[in-house]
Design a protein around this ligand. Structure first.
Ligand SMILES: NC(=O)c1ccc[n+]([C@@H]2O[C@H](COP(=O)([O-])OP(=O)(O)OC[C@H]3O[C@@H](n4cnc5c(N)ncnc54)[C@H](OP(=O)(O)O)[C@@H]3O)[C@@H](O)[C@H]2O)c1
Length: 330
């Protein structure tokens, strides 16, 4: 049995009022789980959705927050492929109520990897969700091919900045859309071929200019709403839009007649594990790409453990890059 503190949601509403630091105990992990002592945990817009009661995969509180975490293995069930003392990162058992903003966290064994050499704690804690989602979008659900043009919305955010890097690693030309000069600079730093500011530029005109009027092969959309609706106008014939999320607060309103007349496809993307072998192959590929330096967690703001409620409140207008929480120093 392990004891420690965990940030837990006790109701829906203002993060300052509904997220509480509670004393908890963690029993030995069940088959399929690994228990870690957490050093870092990654944040994102899903935290906002969970706190507001808008996350479709979770019921009512109380439950722990934090979808991903990195740290040292402290307990494993019999037959685990991990051993006590290893440094790993992975997706937490948040759907079962156990989050990563805590001193200990259960990781799903099938969605965890040993931390590749050279990866910092902050990069490790913010690695799993963004890159697993990008893999689901750009490899499994709406495969992008070398030489194709990929438009990434929210490209300086958790999901977008990982998709832009994976898109580059897969050989695509990437047009990154973000909302400030600092965010565009981050996109350039992580490999975007073209950057567009959705607040100050005419996206349709600029994309037409960049693509010679042809449009883009694939839109990666973690944003939804009006920005996604604008991006849809720039999809080439036979192109696709990968529907990943709704950081704008609303999903894209699809127009079936437009899909029909312009011959494009809308693909839903939910990063859920396939079979154990397929899932292991996905994580091995992501670890390999990270080890090669082809993909890197785009770490942005790093918050102290005591600041989790403020950090979640700030995810409604996030700074550039992936926000990470430092839970313990060693
Ligand atoms: N399908 C899946 O499996 C999966 C997995 C993980 C996350 N998600 C979803 O993906 C979405 C994004 O999550 P995230 O963690 O990547 O969020 P994030 O880190 O907050 O990034 C979202 C980005 O969207 C941009 N944005 C917000 N409103 C916008 C608007 N109206 N127009 C254009 N850009 C806008 C923001 O940047 P600017 O300042 O540049 O506007 C921000 O950088 C969420 O809905 C989340 O639930 C889905």
């Amino acid at each position: 049995m392990f004891s420690g503190r965990a940030w837990r949601l006790v109701g829906f509403g203002d993060p300052a009022e509904v997220i509480e630091l509670q004393e908890m105990t963690w029993a030995e992990p069940s088959p399929g789980q690994v228990l870690i002592r957490v050093r870092t945990a990654g944040a994102g817009y899903p935290d906002v959705m969970m706190t507001a009661g808008q996350f479709p995969l979770l019921g009512d509180p109380p439950f722990g927050l934090g979808e991903e975490a990195a740290g040292e293995v402290v307990a494993v069930p019999p037959g685990s492929r991990f051993t006590v003392g290893e440094q790993i990162t992975g997706i937490t058992d948040f759907l079962e109520g156990w989050g990563g903003y805590a001193e200990y966290a259960y990781l799903r064994e099938g969605s965890a990897i040993r931390i590749p050499a050279g990866m910092t704690d902050e990069q490790a804690g913010g690695f799993p969700i963004g890159f697993r989602t990008a893999y689901a979008g750009l490899v499994e659900r709406a495969p992008v091919e070398a030489g194709q043009t990929l438009l990434v919305l929210g490209a300086a955010g958790s999901s977008g900045a990982t998709a832009l890097q994976l898109g580059k690693a897969l050989g695509a030309t990437v047009i990154a859309v973000a909302g400030s000069p600092q965010k565009l600079e981050l996109c350039t730093r992580y490999g975007a071929d073209h950057v567009l500011n959705h607040r100050t530029e005419d996206l349709t005109a600029r994309i037409a200019e960049i693509t010679g009027g042809r449009g883009v092969d694939l839109v990666y959309d973690p944003v939804g709403g009006d920005t996604a609706a604008t991006a849809v106008r720039s999809i080439a014939r036979n192109g696709r839009i990968a529907l990943v999320g709704l950081a704008s607060g609303a999903p894209l309103a699809l127009d079936a007649m437009d899909l029909l007349l312009r011959n494009y496809t809308a693909v839903g993307v939910l990063a859920i594990p396939g079979g154990p072998e397929a899932e292991a192959a996905v994580w091995a590929r992501l670890a390999e790409l990270a080890g090669q330096g082809a993909i890197t967690t785009p770490v942005g703001a790093v918050y102290d453990f005591q600041d989790v409620p403020r950090m979640i409140a700030e995810q409604t207008s996030p700074r550039a890059g992936k926000s990470v929480v430092r839970v313990a120093s060693k």
